[in-house]
Design a protein around this ligand. Sequence first.
Ligand code: SF4
Ligand code: MG
Length: 292
Amino acid sequence: MSIPLDLNVHDYYNPTECTWCDGCGDYGIMAAAKRALVELGIAPHEVLLCFDIGCHGNASDKMLGYRVHGLHGRVLPFAAGAKLANPNLPVIAFGGDGASFSEGVNHLVHSFRSHYPVTFVLHNNANYGLTTGQASALTWQKQPMNTSPLGIPEDTFRPMEFVFAMHPTFVARAWSGDIPQMTRVLKAAIQHRGFAFVDILQACPTYNKFATHDWLLENCYDANDNAHDISDIDAAYKIACDTSKGVSCGILYQTEDVPHFYERLEPRKGKKTTAVDEVAITDVSKLMGEFV
Ligand code: SF4
Ligand code: MG
């Protein structure tokens, strides 16, 4: 795909006041998302951006594109439905760790097993930031949070162990201070054949005092800088889960060999049109007349 000569990140600019805290990782993630789209030659009218509830969801009025800001934990069903209606449109779903691993974890499970051809970007700041710093399923042990000042009694969820148990076809991790890394990962995710899971470790200086920007800077390394084979799922699982020597980032695993949901749908096989092409406008005024 050639990039239109006049397309640049300013085309995604929306002059709405930014309300994120100073130093919030959302700024970097939004910048990388814009860059990735521009570098892929995708203009704002050529992409659907779906946002869950959370601090990150406020990007829905801070960057252009077709956008929807949905119910808490429900971003994936909406994104999948939209993609099935118009498979020609790149669809990116953004969700937080609270919504994605508690309220909406069921949708994450079924997005993996259904191989929806959607990019999912996890804003992983390890807390519920929008509602002022409550512990999420990904909050570290022994961290004092607003509703659990003595630490959480539950175990911290292990997202990568969960993700690899779902037979994924694309798994990547990045961190919110590295815009070139996020851009590279997001470009690959958007171009991926099926469901692409991108875990972005996000600095939240207001409520996350453990995985801070400086901690992430010190502990994250790019697995794609060394000899990691992204087609080797066992090696990917190992470096994704073993954080004893640092947190692996970059594209950790990818296979293009698995057909996605739309390709498996028997009623769509051989169709030259999409569902949106086939929607008929039906005059329901006569029917409605029966109720007045
Ligand atoms: Fe960002 Fe955290 Fe502030 Fe929310 S609370 S805007 S995630 S720094
Ligand atoms: Mg969160």
